[in-house]
Design a binder for this molecule. Structure first.
Ligand code: ATP
Length: 742
């Protein structure tokens, strides 16, 4: 016995708290029409989670709350509690008792609780499904609904049987999984559409990212080359500059020296010495010439004098032997000598030979005139005079010879001086030559040095060009790697390394390679890092979506699998259940009708359609309905269809089926609301027998007016309603019950 009691408070006509204890396997509720018996059946149904207001005979939740009347005030809430014994742990809850309560407020709000703790409707349904209970189930058979199962469609009937077999849980699980599946499919679609949406942009970004990656790789490669280049160039330029400085020192020093030498040589290069020397030479040469002229003159005079002397001497040796014409008178000799001396003096002092010659010419004329004047008159004194004159002439001759000798000495002196002067000049010329050579050599050397320095300058200028190229390249690098990268490269360039400086040709190769890479980077074009960030983000999103789709597809698969599994299990369980029900159905049917045959079958029938519908569908597309059909075969009657049964027969058949269903999977209790209304006395007895039979498997709460039925109950409750419209409940004895029921 599970069901212990039912507590109503404010539910429909039960304004006051009403408690029904179900201590017996069969409890009957009796009372006059309209006293509120069916309200009790509805209280069960409602508490078990019924959502259909129609089956509760209301329009909205508020209709379930006691509405007052006859002086009684209306209530604001209705509550019903079903209390189960759980000492045998039929419910998977660690309480000896399970109280399920449902409350409704005037605003239509519902509350559910299990043992006082608020829960969701779903929790209630789950809990009840553990004991084969449900709101719309077969175990609460409402008034006039006894043959509901007979009148139901194939499909609905199948649903009712499934409920009875406790298979609703499969549907519920299938439905849950179906919802999840739908949601999953929606999510897949959504994710796929999102993926498609970002796909284009992602592809674009991917291309950009690839470009960036490629540019990055090229930039990395370029950086390596740059490092190599700046290192080589730096080393080369620094070392070259040092080398040039070193190379420049010697020629510069030398140039200084040579300049001095040149200046010195230059200052000494005047012509004064030579000129002086030449002037002196010329003077000497002139004096020599003059002396020689004079000497020659004197020599000629001497010759003449010697001739005269010789003549005089011969005259002296032979006086008168001569014709006397040549005899000179002594008186005139004196004046002649005087004249001669004057001429000689004049000749000496005369500067030119012509003058000397003309002087001598004068002497000749004097002597000739003297002879003409004196030859005849002075002949007698010739001897003496000749001797005297001879003496004088000899004196003159000696004097002349002496003068000539002196002139010869002077000449010799002058020649010596001239000789010395020539020697001096030769020496000076030699010296000048040497200096001149030195001067030209120095100039040559200077030219050489200047050429060397010029070459160094040229090298320096070439280095300058390279320096500027480096500067330009650094600027370029700055454009690519930013200020920091540029500084790093500049530091490499400026580092005084020295290793590898000799491979300037290598630098040229590197430079070529650098240019090539720069062009390639340029070709790729600018691609912002921000785009890379966006790419990563979109890619991440795409990967997330891809993973999401993968996961969702997996769960779609597993949900389908679960659904398939559940459907298979449901099918298997259902078939098993139908088999079992059929056995029980046959038994109850035989019991009711004293024979015959009844059973449930799987059926598939074409749904009837109007001609119009068929025309629309093209005529041959018939819809089918699948489900469970009932076949009955009454004893001694040729009745094949349910439609041919009488009201009583229908009632009996439906009861037999309901009982059979309950027996296969017995719920804790069954509420039967005037299920027996259509039975005659004989059938009522059979019905009573069935009740007893059934009560072995489930508690029965029977609402009835049937005496026979009442007689089978262990507990009887009488329901009455006073003028206040409030249903009252009291425990009654059989006789009282029979009375109350009327
Ligand atoms: P019968 O034997 O004729 O089937 P019954 O005993 O099953 O009758 P019910 O149908 O359960 O009687 O009771 C209906 C009674 O409950 C009516 O009198 C109706 O006015 C009353 N009732 C229904 N809802 C409310 C409500 N919200 N407030 C007050 N009374 C209500």
């Amino acid at each position: 016995m599970y069901l212990k009691r039912l507590e109503l408070n404010g539910f429909k006509s039960f304004a006051k708290k009403t408690v029904l204890d179900f201590d017996s396997p069969v409890s009957a509720i009796v009372g006059p029409n309209g006293s509120g018996k069916s309200n009790i059946a509805e209280a069960f149904r409602w508490t078990l989670g019924e959502q259909s207001m129609k089956s509760l005979r209301g329009k909205k939740g508020e209709d379930l709350i006691f509405n007052g009347g006859g002086g009684a005030t209306r209530m604001n809430r209705a509550s019903v509690t079903l209390v189960f014994d759980n000492s045998k742990k039929q419910f998977d809850i660690d309480f000896p008792e399970v109280a399920i309560e449902r409350v409704v407020y005037r605003d239509g709000a519902n509350e559910y609780s299990i043992n006082g703790s608020k829960v969701r409707l779903r929790d209630i349904i789950e809990l009840l499904s553990q004991v084969s209970l449900g709101a719309s189930s077969h175990h609460i058979i409402s008034q006039n609904e006894a043959d509901r199962i007979l009148g139901a469609s194939l499909k609905d009937r199948r649903g009712m049987i499934e409920d009875a077999l406790g298979l609703r849980v499969y549907h519920w699980k299938i439905e849950e999984s179906g919802k999840k599946l739908t949601k999953t499919k929606e999510n897949i679609k959504e994710a796929q559409s999102l993926r498609r949406e970002i796909g284009g942009h992602l592809r674009f970004l991917q291309k950009e990212a690839e470009k960036i990656e490629k540019a990055k790789a090229l930039k990395d490669e370029l950086l390596g080359l740059y490092k190599e280049f700046f290192k080589k160039e730096g080393a080369y330029i620094i070392e070259s500059k040092k080398e040039i400085e070193k190379e420049r020192k010697h020629p510069e020093d030398e140039l200084g020296k040579i300049e001095k030498v040149i200046d010195e040589l230059d200052s000494k290069r005047g012509g004064t010495d030579q000129e002086e020397v030449s002037e002196e030479q010329l003077g000497i040469e002139k004096s020599l010439h003059d002396l020689r002229s004079k000497k020659d003159e004197l020599a000629r005079m001497l010759g003449r004098l010697e001739g005269i002397v010789e003549l005089k001497e011969r005259e002296a040796e032979t006086p008168g032997s001569d014709n006397g014409e040549h005899m000179l008178p002594a008186v005139n000799v004196g004046s002649f000598i005087d004249e001669l001396e004057r001429i000689i003096e004049d000749a000496k002092s005369s500067s030119t030979l012509d003058e000397a010659v003309s002087g001598l010419e004068e002497i000749r004329y004097a002597l000739m005139s003297f002879k003409e004047e004196n030859i005849d008159s002075e002949e007698s004194s010739i001897g003496e005079a000749i001797n005297e004159e001879l003496e004088k002439l000899r004196g003159e001759k000696e004097k002349l010879e002496d003068d000539i000798k002196k002139i010869g000495e002077s000449e010799k002196e002058l020649l010596d001086r001239l000789e010395a002067l020539k020697g001096e000049l030769t020496q000076k010329a030699k010296e000048r030559m040497t200096k001149e050579r030195e001067y030209f050599e120095a100039k040559e050397k200077r030219a050489e040095l200047l050429a060397g320095l010029e070459a160094l300058k040229g090298r320096e200028e070439a280095l300058g060009i390279r320096d500027r190229e480096v500067e330009h390249e650094l600027h370029e690098a700055g454009r690519i790697y930013g200020e920091e990268g540029k500084n790093e490269l500049e530091a490499i360039f400026k580092k005084d390394g020295g290793d590898g400086w000799d491979s300037s040709s290598g630098a040229a190769v590197t430079k070529k390679e650098i240019e090539r890479l720069k062009i390639r980077i340029e070709e790729i074009g600018p691609a912002g890092d921000a785009m890379l960030g966006e790419y990563e983000e979109i890619k991440g999103r795409d990967e997330f979506l891809e993973k999401e789709i993968e996961d969702l597809t997996k769960s779609e698969g597993s949900l389908k699998e679960v659904i398939k599994d559940l459907e298979e299990k449901l099918e298997v369980e259902f078939k098993k259940g139908i088999g079992k029900i059929n056995i029980e159905f046959q038994k109850f049917f035989e019991l009711m009708f004293g024979g015959g045959k009844a059973g449930l079958q799987f059926a598939r029938i074409g749904k009837l359609k109007s001609e119009e519908e068929l025309a629309q569908l093209g005529g041959d597309e018939e819809e089918f309905e699948e489900g469970i059909d009932i076949s009955v075969n009454l004893p001694r009657k040729k009745i094949r269809g349910l439609e041919m049964l009488s009201g009583g027969e229908r009632a009996l058949t439906s009861i037999a089926l309901l009982f059979a269903m309950s027996q296969v999977n017995p719920p804790p209790f069954l509420v039967l609301d005037e299920t027996d209304a259509a039975l005659d006395e004989a059938n009522s007895r059979k019905y009573g027998d069935m009740l007893e039979n059934l009560a072995r498997h489930a508690q029965l709460i029977i609402i009835t007016h049937n005496r026979e039925t009442m007689s089978r109950a262990g507990v009887l409750y009488g329901v009455t309603m006073g003028s206040d419209g409030i249903s009252k409940m009291l425990s009654v004895k059989f006789d009282e019950a029979v009375k109350i029921a009327k």
